[in-house]
Design a protein around this ligand. Structure first.
Ligand code: BGC
Length: 765
């Protein structure tokens, strides 16, 4: 659609006005509303708002789920007839879970051609790690630390989803979490606010591109605001109580980063925060997000979260919940059906200011204009494009690229890996090794089952060895979307003997074990972080006959791997890697890709350590034991440290760090340099990580904080000097009044290949 630029603002108002008035009669006028500048959009929004009835404005604030996929419990009032009736009246601003050009066009047509003002719908969908061609789950992608590859992955996701009629994704999830019990850690970037902020920016830029009005970019949504990842005891939807310092320094930064990146929408959260549900939280949505951060996009509730304020014990009934949410700054109601039914009455009773309705509608319309939906409401509805774009070869290439980069080598004794390409007998064992669905992970509504490359297929591409496969045992006895029906196999060991026989004669045994795809994600909390079902038994049975085991893990969260670390020679963390999973794993096992991933979350030694994270506080009685006494901060039965720390990951080569220097340039700037050398036999890539420790401050600081990283590729024997500049942003922190400050004092600067690095230099600011 060609855009026509009008130069006279007043003209633009007029056109906005007349186009909407005549929307049924003359669609081409709607399409001619094509000015792009911010002011012009504001004028168009103003003009449109002036024409809208209170009910129509509230309609913009109402979002319904489509008619097929459910990503939350079905509300009682969610019948299709009602949705169509509301659509026709212009009482629906957005639909979610509507996908495929044919379906989207059908519904968009009602909004554009049958309603009084013809305002197009914004079509949302959970494009979390791809649409149909899936990339690794977000936690896995984060292990790549590769911002370009992560951005590319979001670009691909946006392009595929946009081709299927979607123009808004409910991603990225930027919730920090320190709790592997929480199933949604698979959807975030892990435990660290610095890394997560960089990744959040990459994802937003990937989804939204540089021009939201293009037909291959979609609006992003930073979620879930805020602190959802701090659900008590890792139990989904649970209460959250976090203090000011954690909120400002750990929870908020990735959200703030998405605003820097220009994110157009936010989603609030299911959890209460310090006694007030996030959905009805004025401090979060108005004071912080809209006032302090000047966010001018809109906030959508989470699924039914407005109504859930009744169960939380914060609202008396649905009507009261709508009042609280609207006053607190929740602009759009996802699937509570409360705004559409209650808000007009609340305004008339003076319980919700009409100015709040205007503000919410304005924000929503603004994003619709920015997306170019008024220029062409069907710009995402091109059947031909849908056919050509979805599943493109280039998307599979991008998915393979990031899948390889997401793999983390946890252990590799005696250089068992990479596997030799010739003359070996390899036993491949585990139900997940031949599975073509599980590695698609959670959040894969639009992907077809059985479309992932399995590890078996990936390894079969290497023909120089003799490869024999045995399942050994099922992980689940039937996998469905809902975890309670996952039916984990805890009894059936009938296929153990066959796997043992295959393992006995093998030179190397590759065992693919872990969680099935739907064992992490929303509502999939676990209290046991071991291998589910009979898999541990299978592993130990195989170990008895052949110790030369490479354990390949498929999982959506950190697991407890003590036995594995102690006994097995090689462990590969391969998460759930999406459509190209098996190819990526095979290329790493055979050394065609030298693993370079680093953990974005600490792996505990015991569930009892959780929440466990590298940037903890020292306490008054820190880790160094006080001799002959028990009175220091520790456990009696397990050491404080994680099994694998944040930032950890091996390579087939080795790296040496030296010549660390830190120099104070001014009271708010420090230059750091270090030399990195590849001391092994393979070319490889290292994620050089810089941490600081602020030794004393008016608000205590963590023992370490990541403040810089760089991906460095080196050939054997090659060295490189790497430099970092730490500015105010990296050296400062938020005090408990929410002010960002840099305090003078002593700092340690650490550089190395993980958060345990000991190479350090000291400075005084
Ligand atoms: C999730 C959101 C998601 C929404 C729509 C909710 O259950 O918490 O993250 O975007 O459903 O599917």
């Amino acid at each position: 659609m060609k855009t026509i630029k009008l130069l006279v603002p007043i003209m633009c108002c007029f056109i906005a006005l007349s186009s909407c008035q005549n929307s049924k009669a003359n669609k081409s006028k709607t399409k001619s509303l094509s000015l792009t500048s911010v002011e012009h959009i504001e004028q168009k929004v103003d003009a449109l708002l002036k024409q809208m009835t209170l009910e129509e404005k509230i309609g913009q604030m109402n979002q319904y789920s489509g008619f097929w996929d459910l990503t939350g419990p079905a509300p009682n009032s969610g019948n299709a007839a009602k949705k169509y009736e509301h659509l026709r009246k212009g009482y629906v601003g957005s639909m979610l879970n509507l996908r495929g050009v044919k379906n989207v066009r059908k519904i968009q047509k009602i909004a554009v051609e049958e309603t009084r003002l013809g305002i197009p719908l914004i079509i949302g969908f959970d494009v979390i790690h791809g649409y149909e061609t899936l990339s690794p789950i977000p936690l896995a992608e984060s292990a790549s630390w590769d911002l370009e590859a992560i951005k590319k992955s979001a670009e691909v996701a946006a392009e595929e989803a946009a081709a299927a009629g979607i123009n808004w994704t409910f991603a990225p999830m930027v919730d920090i979490s320190r709790d592997a019990r929480w199933g949604r850690v698979m959807e975030g970037a892990g435990e660290d606010p610095y890394l997560a902020s960089k990744i959040a920016i990459a994802r937003v830029k990937g989804f939204q591109g540089s021009d939201l009005s293009q037909n291959n970019t979609i609006a992003a949504c930073a979620k879930h605001f805020a602190a959802y990842g701090f659900a008590e005891s890792g139990r989904e939807y649970n209460t959250v109580d976090v203090g000011t310092s954690t909120l400002n320094n750990i929870v908020f930064p990735p959200f703030q980063a998405t605003i820097e990146a220009g994110v157009r929408t936010f989603m609030n959260a299911f959890n209460e925060l310090n006694g007030i549900p996030a959905t009805g939280n004025t401090y979060l949505q108005r004071t912080i997000l809209k006032d302090k951060w000047q966010f001018d996009g809109f906030v959508v509730s989470d699924w039914g979260s407005i109504e859930e304020m009744v169960a939380h014990g914060h609202a008396k009934d649905g009507k009261h919940a709508a009042q609280i949410a609207a006053n607190a700054g929740s602009d759009m109601d996802m699937e509570s059906y409360l705004y559409v039914n209650e808000l007009a009455g609340l305004v008339k009773e003076g319980k919700v200011k009409e100015a709040y309705i205007d503000d919410a509608a304005r924000r929503i319309l603004r994003v619709k204009f920015e997306l170019g939906l008024f220029d062409d409401p069907y710009k995402y509805c091109d059947e031909q494009r849908e056919k050509e774009v979805i599943g493109q070869h280039a998307f599979h290439e991008a998915s393979l690229d990031i899948a390889k980069k997401s793999i983390v080598l946890l252990k590799n004794e005696n250089q068992l890996l990479p596997l030799k390409k010739q003359g070996q007998k390899i036993a491949l064992i585990g139900a997940l090794a031949s599975d073509k669905t599980s590695s698609l992970g959670s959040w894969r509504i639009a992907a077809k089952d059985n479309t992932a490359v399995s590890v078996l297929e990936g390894m079969q591409a290497y023909t120089g060895n003799q490869l024999t496969y045995a399942k050994g045992a099922d992980v689940s006895l039937g996998q469905t979307k809902f975890v309670d029906e996952l039916n984990i196999n805890t009894t059936d060991r009938s296929e153990f003997p066959q796997a043992i026989a295959v393992a006995k004669t093998a030179d190397v045994v590759v065992m693919v074990l872990g969680e099935v795809g739907y064992q992490s994600g929303e509502a999939r909390s676990r209290t046991d972080l071991g291998l589910p079902g009979v898999q541990q038994d299978l592993l130990e049975a195989i170990y008895k006959v052949n110790k030369n085991i490479v354990l390949v893990l498929n999982n959506g969260r950190p697991l407890v791997l003590n036995w594995h670390q102690e006994h097995l020679p090689a462990i590969v963390e391969a998460w759930q890697l999406g459509t190209q999973s098996g190819n990526a794993i095979a290329q790493v096992l055979y050394g065609d890709y030298n693993p370079s991933g680093k953990l974005p979350m600490s792996f505990p030694r015991a569930v009892g350590q959780v929440p466990i994270y590298y940037n903890y506080k020292n306490t008054g009685r820190p880790l160094i034991p006080i001799p002959n006494t028990v009175f220091w901060s520790h456990y009696q039965d397990v050491e404080n440290t994680p099994l694998y720390p944040f930032g950890y990951g091996l390579s087939y080569t080795t790296f040496e760090y030296s010549a660390l220097q830190a120099k104070v340039v001014s009271d708010k700037e420090v230059n750091v340099s270090v030399t990195l050398k590849n001391t092994g036999k393979f070319a490889g890539k290292e994620v050089v990580q810089l941490y600081i420790k602020d030794h004393y401050a008016s608000v205590t600081r963590p023992v370490r904080e990541l403040k810089g990283f760089e991906l460095v590729s080196l050939k054997p024997n090659e060295s490189k000097n790497i430099t970092f500049t730490l500015s105010e942003k990296e050296l400062g922190f938020y005090n408990n009044e929410g002010e960002f400050i840099v305090e003078p004092g002593d700092f340690s600067i650490f550089v190395g290949g993980d958060s345990n690095t000991t190479l350090q230099s000291k400075i005084t600011l």
